[in-house]
Write a protein that binds this ligand. Structure first.
Ligand code: C2E
Ligand code: MG
Ligand code: MG
Length: 646
């Protein structure tokens, strides 16, 4: 402390010569008030003591009066911020006056000076370091003078010479201590204030960052889903007030995951930023964007009329090509857009967003780039979702069955095989056709367990027929998703062994479209199945985009001509020509031909004349449960023998 006092900077600080120690009005006001609350009772007590005890009734009264007037005035002045300094000065003047008076009069036996040492502390507390120091020095001079000159007056107290020196030194010491104390205190306060400011600034910073993270997409800086809901809510209110229409467009970027895998994470962020910039620039001030998932954006667009077509939207609003060069990669991103409009499709933000995203899914399923929300498609979508859940349950709880439809040798009339066709009667939705539930199984990934179930069921049935001496082949339909499943071959082999069946008794039916995608994998599976001895058949031949090149390379055994040709054969010469050519083509390639969908004796006869090998259709029998089929097949064989021997 001694060393610090010698320090000139410290001295300057103590005298308030360093800026920044002044207190604010807000801090000073309670100081004044508190001082008045303490000073008033003290002054009254002092006045009372003088009045009653020390035998100075008149000075006691005068002092009480002055105290009440000055402190009262200071109280009222402190009510106004502008007059606060005056209130402080009044208080200090009162204290200074009291000090000088006590110095002159000496109080009771010269003890008056003992009461005045608090002044520098009060002055510094009230006025801050600079003015406090000035007041303190003034006080030091005035009180010292009053003590030293008291003897000159008749009413003054006759201090001893030594006392005057001791009192003056004590006054000086107290002033010094008060200045040093207040300076250190205010320095400490300042440090605390600075660190508090730092903490507050950090807090604000964290809060801003948290808010940004909660409401903003980190990569593009666009609002995120949470913020989007607020924005959309506001836009709906404005649109309601002004009678506007709003379009909510859900945009999904295609193959972003694959692209990101190729170009890398950083480049993919850059790509997303570029895409966001392109889209926001295209829409401009007419709409606003949000990024709601990695590859999904939402655009809210204000429109004056609801009368807008998909073409208008593409041209007017969402006219952007997403083509970039990122790290030497030329990247082109396709997108699908689903649109819902306010007020037509919904009144609140959540509904509009949900319907826009459903419209986007509808567009995706229909392989379109843009779709408006469609109520009917939504119902279909909901039904598909329901059916998916129910199908899942049916598959695991035995709610599915297989029906069998006969394959007839058109030359001998014998039943040579049966096609296994899946049947599903849902307890809630009733019978659901394969045309409806097979695509659901294919889309949802249920097709693998479903096909495995069909294969196991059909193999089991075939094993029972063989045990009962009913020698048939069983045809099983395989969907495109199964043929690219490498596990399929192993599963088939395992089940073949389990049921002790020859592979030749199994015909696997595939549609031509199965070879379109992932041709190589499909070809490999077919090659493996052929090597294992399974017979392969091309179902619905001629219905899709037939590729004759496939026929040359594929190891298939049979062609099943699509039933649409049988339906038109009677009336359409070109259908007949196609059927005949297909039969000849198949025979030239050493393949068997099956005609499906035979519904009349006439069509059967025409096919026989054309040399078709096998036939299937309602004319012979409809698909039926296994036990009914067994009975039917036995009686058919007996009747056929009877016809042949007749
Ligand atoms: P598909 O394999 O071409 O089966 C023939 C379809 O034609 C069957 O319909 C059968 O009932 C029907 N049909 C047979 N003869 C006639 C006829 O004379 N007239 C008419 N109008 N129809 C006839 P279904 O059972 O409704 O099956 C439809 C399609 O669903 C099947 O066509 C097949 O592609 C698929 N499917 C059925 N079961 C399965 C299965 O277990 N797995 C797979 N992946 N697909 C299956
Ligand atoms: Mg079939
Ligand atoms: Mg077919």
């Amino acid at each position: 402390m001694r060393l610090q006092l010698l320090n000139p900077a410290m001295l300057k600080g103590m005298l308030g010569m360093v800026a920044g120690h002044e207190l604010s009005v807000k801090q000073r006001k309670p100081h004044v008030r508190r001082l008045i609350y303490i000073a008033l009772p003290c002054a009254i007590l002092l006045a009372l003591a003088n009045y009653l005890k020390s035998g100075y009734p008149l000075p006691g009264l005068i002092f009480a009066l002055i105290a009440a007037l000055t402190l009262g005035a200071a109280f009222f002045l402190s009510m106004q911020d502008k007059l606060l300094a005056m209130a402080e000065s009044l208080l200090l003047l009162f204290a200074l006056g009291t000090s000088v008076a006590l110095g002159l009069l000496g109080g009771i036996a010269g003890s008056g000076v003992l009461w005045i040492y608090a002044f520098p502390f009060l002055a510094l507390w009230l006025k801050g370091q600079r003015q406090g120091a000035q007041w303190s020095l003034l006080w030091l001079l005035s009180v010292s003078l009053s003590i030293w000159s008291a003897g000159e007056f008749s009413f003054g107290y006759p201090y001893e010479e030594q006392f005057k020196i001791q009192a003056s030194v004590a006054l000086l010491l107290y002033t010094g201590i008060a200045l040093a104390y207040n300076f250190s205190r205010s320095q400490l306060e300042e440090k605390l204030y600075v660190s508090e400011q730092g903490v507050q600034a950090k807090k604000r910073d964290y809060l801003t960052k948290l808010e940004q993270a909660a409401y903003q997409d980190g990569v593009t800086g666009l609002p995120n889903r949470l913020r989007l809901l607020e924005l959309l809510h506001k836009e709906i209110n404005i649109a309601q007030e002004r009678g506007h229409t709003l379009l909510v467009a859900h945009i999904r970027l295609k193959k972003m995951f694959e692209t990101a895998n190729i170009i890398g994470a950083d480049a993919s962020d850059k790509l997303i930023r570029n895409i966001a910039a392109t889209m926001t620039a295209a829409v401009g001030s007419r709409g606003s964007f949000a990024r709601i998932r990695r590859d999904e954006f939402v655009c809210i667009y204000r429109k004056h009329s609801e009368d807008i077509t998909a073409t208008d939207i593409i041209k007017e609003i969402l006219d952007f090509r997403l083509e970039y060069k990122i790290n030497e990669y030329a990247v082109h991103i396709d997108h699908t857009i689903g649109i819902a409009s306010f007020p037509r499709h919904g009144q609140d933000a959540e509904t509009l967003l949900r319907k826009a995203s459903q419209a986007m899914l509808q567009a995706q399923f229909a392989h379109q780039s843009l779709a408006f929300f469609d109520e009917r498609q939504e119902q279909q979508f909901t039904r598909q979702q329901q059916l998916f859940v129910q199908l899942h349950e049916a598959l695991h709880k035995g709610g599915l069955s297989l029906h069998y439809q006969a394959l007839i040798d058109l030359k001998t009339g014998a039943v040579v095989g049966a096609e296994a066709l899946a049947r599903w009667i849902d307890p809630v939705s009733g019978p659901v056709t394969p045309a409806e539930f097979i695509p659901i199984a294919e889309k949802s990934g249920l097709i693998k367990p479903f096909t495995l179930w069909v294969i196991r069921e059909a193999f089991g049935q075939l094993a029972r027929w063989r045990a009962e001496d009913l020698n048939l082949s069983v045809s099983i339909n395989l969907s495109a998703r199964c043929i690219v499943d490498r596990q399929l071959v192993d599963d088939l082999c395992a089940l073949l062994t389990e049921f002790n069946l020859p592979a030749e008794s199994i015909i696997l039916e595939l549609r031509e479209s199965s070879f379109a995608d992932a041709a190589e994998t499909a070809m490999l599976t077919i090659q493996n199945l052929h090597t294992l001895g399974f017979r392969l058949s091309i179902d619905d031949f001629g219905a899709g985009y037939s590729s004759l090149a496939h026929l040359k390379d594929l190891k298939v055994d049979e062609l099943k001509i699509d039933q649409s040709f049988m339906r038109t054969m009677g009336i359409d010469a070109s259908s007949r020509a196609i059927v005949l050519s297909t039969i000849q083509l198949a025979h030239n390639l050493n393949l068997k031909v099956v005609a499906e969908g035979i519904e009349s004796a006439r069509v059967e006869q025409q096919l026989q004349e054309m040399g078709c090998d096998l036939g299937q259709g309602y004319y012979f029998c409809k698909p039926m449960p296994a036990d009914v089929f067994s009975q039917w097949a036995r009686s058919w064989q007996i009747n056929r023998r009877a016809v042949l021997s007749a």
